[in-house]
Design a protein around this ligand. Structure first.
Ligand code: HEM
Length: 528
């Protein structure tokens, strides 16, 4: 397809015609047919009509018409880069996960940072949670840590996720505000959802307006399990600690940057990596057992809670380095499909009801978004280790089974019978015990919504506390309904009197409301 000369003659209509010569590639159709003229459609005579038989025109326009796919229902705006994970401390005594066995070994990684609420074209410095999704292409399969830059979440149970997101996204009649949470619907939902108060403190803090993707922490949020080769489980919380330090902008800067350079964060990451200034994070683990979990008043299955690092220090076991930008944004960043369910032998779930709901949601939405159950065939999603299975067909099937056999068990020999299961090395679920009646109820151990919100607020410096009070005042001042403003202040009274007073003052509330009555779910008497 390389021509041996190149020139730029003018077409008959004066159009520029860049003709392949020398080492220039020759333009072809998708079928590989060389194209002679890409400036003019095929017409009857010089002035038309256009002809249906113009396969080049039809193919080009057909493909263009179908360029868009649905944006992610959340985390639509994101930016990805390649890199590697390197193990610095072996964990063979705690997990059989292959990635944690050999110190110094590198595992390829792809990371996508994102905002949650805005659409694909929204601005980078919205006050929002940032996604921090990591795909690790391990030798025993792909493992995704689909995390955020905040260690807790708004809700305890995945059944509330559609409500949370509907309330945060633009209001359905007016379609604004775009990409920001300062509006009635969001604060209405939040003020009616006391479990969100801890997360609200974090998103009103400077964490929600990071200086750069490179200066954010990342968290797996949920409690997961590490499982060793004897089947013993250790609870784990995952942390990414930026070597660049933790940095944020202030609100005035965020507002100006959004106007002057809505691509501020993606440009920063692109420039840093291309300039050889590779961002790096430490992978830290908080490891604990059931007895330790039982020592808390709160539940380690509750994603609105952290385990304070003062009580359980983070143990650094590896580093993540991003050293290569994508070749193509759509093929990689847009088509990458992270899923909490992508775990490998040695990593397992807990019964966190948010995590369990997420395990359903990602695969389901990705079928819609990427259009085929074969999205694992895309290079960005395919494992980099050997894989073999009997799943076949469907739209765009590329890695269909070879040969005659597409089922098992089968009577064909080892050579031709295809892959077989491996009870020793294959994934086995941790045998967690479960009992109890089927109930739609939350455990009492999920009921304290304010203690950790207060702990977070008092852990901030005075200037950071001022930023939080200012952020709450700004956000709530955009809320038209005064009862919603007052309801939020009634929650703040359960967190910190001083904070509540500042916000009430900023909003010019006529009366201070009574503190909110936390909605404590009670477990009904069970039948014997
Ligand atoms: C997307 C994190 C809760 C459903 C994402 C992404 C991240 C993320 C980082 C972007 C992935 C990417 O870059 O492609 C989290 C965290 C959560 C949480 C840390 C709570 C701890 C939930 C829940 C649900 C959910 C409860 C649903 C029940 C989704 C969906 C997407 C998504 C549908 C879009 C996925 C796609 O289109 O590829 N989430 N999420 N998330 N999340 Fe979550």
């Amino acid at each position: 397809l390389i021509s041996d000369s190149y020139s730029e003659p003018q077409g008959e209509g004066g159009e520029t015609r860049q003709v392949a010569e020398g080492k220039t590639a020759v333009l072809t159709t998708q079928q590989g047919v060389l194209v002679a003229d890409d400036q003019n459609s095929l017409k009857q005579g010089t002035r038309g009509p256009m002809l249906m038989e113009d396969f080049h025109f039809r193919e080009k326009i057909f493909h263009f018409d179908h360029e868009r796919i649905p944006e992610r229902v959340v985390h639509a705006r994101g930016y990805g880069a390649h890199g590697f994970f390197e193990l610095t401390e072996g964990l063979a005594d705690i997990t059989r996960a292959d990635i944690f066995q050999r110190v110094g070994e590198r595992t390829p990684a792809f990371v996508r940072f994102s905002t949650v609420a805005g659409s694909k074209g929204s601005f980078d410095l919205a006050r929002d949670v940032r996604g921090f999704a990591v795909k690790l292409y391990t030798k025993e399969g792909n493992w995704d840590i689909v995390g955020n830059n905040i260690p807790v979440f708004f809700i305890q149970d995945a059944i509330k996720f559609p409500d949370l997101i509907h309330s945060a996204k633009p209001e359905p009649d007016r379609m604004f505000p775009q990409a920001q949470t300062a509006h009635d619907n969001f604060w209405d939902f939040i003020s009616l959802t006391p479990e969100s108060m801890h997360m609200v403190m974090w998103i009103m803090s400077d964490r929600a307006i990071p200086r750069s993707f490179r200066t954010m922490e990342g968290f797996g949020v949920h409690t997961f399990r590490l499982v060793d080769s004897a089947g013993n489980s250790t609870f784990v919380k995952f942390h990414w600690k930026p070597k660049q330090g933790l940095q944020s902008v202030v609100w005035n800067e965020a507002v100006k940057i959004n106007g002057a350079d809505p691509d501020f964060h993606r440009r920063d990451l692109w420039d840093a990596i291309n300039g050889g200034d590779f961002p790096e994070w430490e992978l830290g683990l908080q490891l604990f057992d059931q007895e330790f979990a039982d020592s808390f008043d709160f539940d380690v299955l509750d994603a609105t809670k952290i385990i304070p690092e003062e009580i359980l220090p983070v143990r650094v076991v590896g580093r993540l380095v991003l050293d290569r930008v994508v070749d193509n944004f759509f093929a990689e960043t847009e088509q990458v499909a992270f899923c909490t369910q992508n775990v490998v032998p040695g990593i397992d779930f807990t019964n966190d009801p948010l995590l369990q709901g997420r395990n359903f949601s990602y695969l389901d939405t990705q079928l819609k978004r990427l259009g085929s159950p074969n999205f694992t065939h895309l290079p960005i999603n395919a494992p980099k280790c050997p894989f073999a299975h009997f799943q076949q067909d469907g739209h765009m099937a590329i890695t269909n089974p070879h040969g005659r056999v597409n089922y098992e068990p089968n009577s064909w020999g080892a050579e031709t019978g295809g892959p077989r299961e491996d009870p020793k090395r294959g994934f086995t679920s941790f045998g967690a015990e479960a009992e109890g009646a089927k109930l739609r109820i939350r455990s009492e151990s999920f009921a304290d919504h304010y203690s950790q919100a207060r702990q977070f607020y008092v852990s901030q410096t005075p200037i950071e506390q001022k930023h939080m009070a200012d952020a709450l005042t700004f956000e709530l001042s955009k809320v038209e309904r005064r009862d919603i403003r007052a309801r939020m202040v009634s929650h703040l009274l359960n967190i910190d009197d001083g904070l509540a007073a500042k916000v009430a003052d900023g909003l010019a509330l006529s009366d201070m409301p009574a503190p909110a009555q936390s909605a404590r779910p009670t477990v009904p008497d069970l039948p014997p």
